[in-house]
Design a protein around this ligand. Structure first.
Ligand code: ADP
Length: 509
């Protein structure tokens, strides 16, 4: 087993990885940029090294600096987490060159499956139906026009090296194609240094269901059930759950076997995710492979009872998978909310800043994978994910009820967050009946789910603040009782935050 693992990441995932190392009795080394000097992952690590200024291009994306730290600290393995360099074969190669084990797939498998068009070709080879579209990058706008004609509008242009929705454009009619082509190309070039595009038919109102696969270096490959991630905002996941409410045993084994087949053809090892879109008739179409640990891995952990990070470490160290497909059993239901520092009143614009105060939820079945603390200033240099709130229950209703209760307890003051959006989603009949598709949340938000305009919500806030102030004046005695928040003592931001909390809870239409 490894002696010391370099955690090449930050935020909640760095904390998650540190905990796994600690449990296994393996040393862990954190790295940090200037913006993260007192970040939670640094505070929790017994050893941490500075790797450069705040911009990720000068710190978390610097392979040379990571290799220097690995050498200096005597690390024999590296875990990349997700994002940053996690899917960059150059990091895996640099690790190999420096005698450090990369905890993930081989760089070759990453290349084969990480390219979206490459993965689509492998899917064909494996006999797995992909979303209809081109298998190769498209050479010119003219070629795109012909391919779109063949697939039939609406289509979606996508970056070959894409991820995070970048370089992706929905095109409803031929008229929009030229503009979308230009935009997608330059966005992809900027984000990935690769402007190549391909296209897919745009499926109307599908569900996003993905399969967790796991392979060891001895040729064993299993699937660990599915996660449904259909609650998305602008094609980015917001809530994930396991199992999928529309899954049955037959579909699970068909999708699971398809995912394993594709991973095998790609020579894949370690943890990976094969994503599918599923239509109303429950036909499934391969979308892409994520060659790393996913943000939403905790929901799989809750229902399978497995620790995926520890499993990744064991498999990377050369151990065989300690179970076979027939041993994988799922129990209960888990859901995850991605808690972001962003302002729903301002088009979900990132809202970094100082967390003045926070109260985190607890209780049966509640897990919080968090990367922040009260007093920490969320930097504006990175993805503003603060925490992932996970609820487990014996069935979907119990998991949802526990999530609702945890969301009511959760309070983050000083910055804007998307907590209130989740409180509303977990009271929405469509969501509770699991009548969902990937555009469901966008459509609901467009109908004004969070107040149609800023002015309108300001007026509502003013009314709610008046009510809250009145309640505060009426109940300061009661508020002093143990278990209740103490009344604000001065006109500080803390006080405004406390009032805002009440505003947040005041019922709105
Ligand atoms: P990225 O890797 O950039 O996140 P994906 O290919 O994983 O992009 O797609 C992200 C989301 O975009 C999907 O979950 C789905 O909601 C939507 N999407 C992508 N391709 C299609 C398609 N062909 N038809 C309908 N929706 C799509």
């Amino acid at each position: 087993m490894f002696r010391k693992i370099l955690i090449a990441n930050r935020g909640e995932i760095a904390v998650r990885l540190l905990r796994a190392c600690r449990e296994m009795g393996i040393g862990a080394v954190a790295v940090f940029s200037e913006a993260d000097r007192v970040a939670l992952h640094v505070r929790l690590a017994s050893e941490a090294y500075a790797i450069g200024p705040a911009p990720s291009s000068e710190s978390y994306l610097r392979i040379d600096r990571l290799m220097e730290v690995a050498k200096r600290a005597g690390c024999d393995a590296l875990h990349p987490g997700y994002g940053f360099l996690a899917e960059n074969p150059a990091l895996a190669r640099a690790c190999a060159k420096h005698g450090v084990t990369f905890i993930g797939p081989s760089p070759e498998a990453m290349e084969r499956l990480g390219s979206k068009t490459g993965a689509r070709q492998l899917a064909r080879q494996a006999g797995v139906q992909a979303v209809p579209g081109t298998l190769e990058p498209i050479a010119s706008l003219q070629a795109a026009r012909a391919a779109a004609e063949e697939a039939g509008y609406p289509i979606v242009l996508k970056a070959v090296s894409g991820g995070g929705g970048k370089g992706m454009r929905l095109v409803s009619t031929e008229k929009e194609l030229a503009g979308a082509w230009r935009d997608a190309q330059s966005e992809a070039e900027n984000a990935f240094g690769d402007g190549r595009l391909y296209l897919e038919k745009y499926l109307v109102a599908p569900r996003h269901i993905e399969i967790q696969v796991f392979g060891d270096i001895h040729g064993h490959m299993v699937y660990l059930g599915e996660r449904e991630c259909s609650v998305q905002r602008r094609h980015q996941k917001v809530i994930e759950e396991a199992p999928s409410p529309v899954m049955d045993a037959a579909l699970r084994s068909r999708m699971g076997e398809a995912a394993v087949k594709l991973a095998r053809v790609g020579g894949y090892t370690n943890a990976g995710t094969v994503e599918f879109l599923v239509d109303a008739q429950r036909n499934f179409y391969f979308l892409e492979v994520n060659t790393r640990l996913q943000v939403e891995h905790p929901v799989t952990e809750m229902v399978t009872g497995l620790d995926l990070v520890k499993l990744q470490i064991r498999v990377a160290a050369g151990e065989p998978l300690p179970f076979a497909q027939a041993d994988v059993a799922m129990r209960g239901h888990a859901m995850e909310c991605r808690i972001y520092a962003e302002d729903p009143g301002n088009n979900f614009f990132p809202s970094p800043g100082k967390i003045q105060t926070q109260r985190t939820p607890a209780g049966p079945g509640i897990r919080l994978d968090e990367g922040v603390y009260a007093g920490w200033t969320v930097p504006n240099d990175y993805d503003p994910l603060l925490a992932k709130l996970i609820a487990f229950g014996s069935d979907r209703d119990e998991a949802a009820a526990r999530m609702r209760s945890a969301l009511a307890e959760y309070f983050i003051g000083g910055i804007e967050t998307n907590l209130e959006m989740f409180r509303r989603i977990f009271n929405h009949p469509d969501f509770l009946r699991a009548e969902l598709h990937t555009r469901w949340l966008d459509e609901w938000l467009a109908r004004g789910a969070l107040g149609t305009t800023r002015e309108e919500s300001k007026a509502e806030d003013a009314a709610a603040i008046a009510v809250a102030l009145w309640q505060l004046s009426q109940s300061s005695q009661a508020a002093m009782a143990p278990g209740n928040a103490a009344p604000p003592a001065d006109g500080s931001r803390w006080k405004r935050a406390a009032i805002q909390e009440q505003v947040d809870r005041a019922p709105r239409k």
